[in-house]
Ligand binder design. Structure first.
Ligand SMILES: [Mg+2]
Length: 279
């Protein structure tokens, strides 16, 4: 796509914010068709997906199997609603398919299924596998002499999984300079607040200790996010990179930001219009 990095920084920030807003709107409209969904996570990560799909990633919307494309791996497969919204915005999925979201035979099931969905690289979940898949993919690309980057989006709940840390160690061992992990720290997982379920801080120090180039930003502040992604992608050393992103569940819709226990949200029929208005 797009060559956004050739634009000036202000224009890049504007574009990411504008498209993030459209991603959020689509998340709400899709979820409204079912009355429920992983809405909080979707709204929380919309800025990240926008920054990736409309600034950082190299891809061809009309050639999804282009070998040189950057890969985006959604390890947290239950965030699929946000990825669908980004893929629609990117022109890989027709807008009209939104109304099929979550229905039988839809290409947009509630939990992501890569074989069903154009532009979706992996089926994320069982959780904790995406970073390992990313490591394998980086090694495979290296063997084929392809210089694509692999962006792995991992939820904070997945930090609990031993398989994630095997991948962290392996990525460092193999000096995977084309691997960029994004950790979405929304402090929420199915069973409660992530940091209470199994403490994982200080996360940046842990990644550093494993040999990664590590940064932490507010994942809902586009300027910070953009600078961190630029720094991650241009870092000169041969080692993997991580951007830990603190995000707010339900970001952009005030009454959803404040809702308690929001891992899987049910929203009353009358509230969807209110959510869209608040957005
Ligand atoms: Mg989480």
């Amino acid at each position: 796509m797009i060559g956004a990095s050739a634009m000036d920084r202000g224009a890049r920030v504007d574009q990411i914010q504008r498209r993030a807003n459209r991603i959020r709107e689509r998340i709400l409209r899709m979820a409204a068709t079912q009355g429920q969904g992983y809405v909080g996570q979707g709204l929380g990560c919309a800025d990240i997906l926008s920054a990736l799909y409309f600034d950082q990633l190299r891809y061809r919307a009309d050639d999804l199997q282009w070998p040189e494309r950057d890969r985006f791996l959604l390890s947290a497969g239950h965030y699929a609603i946000a990825l669908y919204a980004a893929l629609i915005e990117a022109g890989m999925i027709p807008e009209a398919e939104m109304e099929t979201y979550g229905a039988d035979d839809s290409r947009l099931p509630m939990n992501g299924m890569a074989p069903y969905t154009p532009g979706m690289e992996i089926t994320g979940g069982s959780l904790g596998h995406g970073l390992g898949l990313a490591v394998g993919m980086c090694l495979g690309l290296r063997l084929r002499g392809i210089h694509s980057r692999v962006f792995a989006f991992v939820s904070d709940g997945e930090i609990d999984e031993g398989s994630t840390w095997e991948a962290v160690m392996s990525a460092s061992h193999f000096k995977l300079e084309n691997l960029i992990a994004i950790i979405d720290v929304n402090n929420q997982q199915a069973d409660g607040p992530s940091k209470q379920i199994l403490g994982f801080e200080p996360l940046v120090s842990k990644f550093e200790a494993f040999g990664w180039f590590s940064q932490r930003v507010d994942g809902n502040r586009v300027e910070e996010l953009l600078d961190a992604l630029d720094a991650a992608c241009s870092h000169a050393e041969r080692r993997p990179r991580v951007v830990v992103c603190d995000t707010l569940l339900g970001k952009g819709v005030p009454f959803l930001e404040k809702r308690e226990k929001a891992h899987f949200m049910r929203v009353d029929p009358a509230e969807w219009e209110l959510a869209l208005q608040q957005l």
